[in-house]
Design a protein around this ligand. Structure first.
Ligand code: CP3
Length: 355
């Protein structure tokens, strides 16, 4: 057994792991860690709509800090949504119980021309405010995480209008509207680069790009459509040492292609065993990958599965996370068990475990 470390949360640990530098233990956070599984979040949501919450710097900073106070993660993601910048492009976005709903789906070149490239410092001022507050509150005890949707995933919403899972309209565009789709993806890449640059200037120390729907593409189509767009977005981010994390849900067939995007860390889902990801990309810092559904099991099983996941990293710098966002049905004790197990396991333990 290696020494058990329960060292406090730290921004440096998170950033070191993202750069592949040695750490005392793997840093941990959870995608969607602020949200409906927390009673204090539901309490705030009784008073304001989701969109109002995203645009209110006081309340958004408050709900970003709720999981930080409870679980002491090494990273604090600011509260917002990937569709907030889409609103700033001039699209009407609403959320109902079935998820997001966008006005006027994009289908033609003229539709793309009506979308605006905007100045985030003017149109997303509240985002800058939230990040500044979080940096002030959290100090060095956790890294502040900025984020945006990747061009492909945002294009899915813009073309479909909802989160319908058929992808027929955008796949039709891949065949019949190639110039329109290229124009849309390039515009989104530039908007995302502007947005993430602004988040970094406002205090984000690491940024994650969510390409939730890219796993829907074959390897060939990923290389043709989603990869060039996300590569352009990442290349356009004005940053110094701030790492970029790229997340794709259902990424096992895309891992090597994702590794060409310019991202510093690749975030993998639970369908791909970490051991295999590590073999395929021996040097690349990885993030993930516990099945969010595992948090619906008894807490002793949650702990066991976090320990097993850490053993799979082989002691190489890793960011502990879920393989997708935490589910609203998750019991608080499970989230606690997830973070405690991640804190207790030391890198030495992981290194001693069989690969
Ligand atoms: O991680 C965090 O704690 C920060 C907040 C965050 C939200 N959305 C808040 C949210 C982040 C990082 C996102 C990203 C996001 N949003 C993604 C990519 C990640 C993923 O989960 O795949 C996507 C695809 C969206 C779009 C979106 N927003 C959908 C499809 C929905 C409806 C489904 C759902 O989970 O309710 C949302 C709404 C949303 N975004 C909620 C939250 C907390 C629920 C709103 C509520 O309080 O009712």
């Amino acid at each position: 057994m290696g020494a058990v470390s329960t060292s406090p949360p730290s921004a440096a640990r998170f950033l070191d792991a993202c750069h592949g530098r040695p750490v005392d233990r793997a840093p941990a956070w959870m995608m969607r860690q602020a949200g409906r599984y927390l009673p204090e979040y539901r309490e705030v949501r009784r008073r304001v709509s989701f969109i109002e919450l995203c645009r209110d710097a006081d309340l958004a900073a408050e709900v970003s800090l709720q999981p930080f106070r409870r679980f002491a993660p090494d990273g604090v993601i600011f509260f917002s949504d990937i569709l907030v910048p889409v609103q700033a492009m001039g699209v009407k976005v609403e959320f109902d119980k079935n998820g997001p709903r966008l006005s006027h789906p994009i289908r033609t070149g003229d539709d793309v021309l009506r979308l605006r490239r905007f100045d985030p410092a003017a149109d997303l001022r509240f985002t800058g405010e939230i990040l500044k507050r979080l940096r002030g509150e959290v100090g060095d005890s956790a890294a502040i995480i900025g984020f945006a949707g990747a061009p492909w995933t945002l294009a899915c919403y813009l073309v479909e209008g909802t989160s319908s899972k058929s992808f027929a309209p955008i796949k039709q565009m891949m065949g019949w509207g190639q110039r329109t789709l290229e124009g849309l993806l390039n515009l989104l890449a530039d908007v995302i680069a502007d947005v993430l640059s602004f988040q970094i200037a406002s205090g984000a120390q690491v940024v994650q790009v969510f390409d939730t729907w890219a796993g829907e593409l074959s390897r060939e189509d990923y290389r043709r459509w989603a990869l060039p767009a996300v590569t352009r977005a990442i290349a356009g981010i004005r940053r110094s040492a701030q790492p970029v994390i790229l997340y794709v849900n259902g990424c096992s067939h895309l891992l090597e292609a994702m590794n060409e995007s310019g991202a510093d860390v690749l975030s993998v889902d639970w369908r791909l065993p970490l051991v295999e990801a590590r073999q395929r990309l021996p040097q690349r810092p990885l993030q993930g990958n516990l099945d969010p559904g595992a948090l619906l099991s008894p807490t002793r099983d949650v702990r066991r599965r976090v320990q097993a996941m850490l053993a799979e990293t082989g002691g190489i710098a890793h960011v502990v996370n879920l393989g997708h966002g935490v589910l609203p049905q998750t019991p608080i004790e499970s989230a606690e068990a997830f973070f405690e197990a991640a804190r207790e396991a030391s890198v030495a333990q992981a290194a001693e475990a069989p690969a």
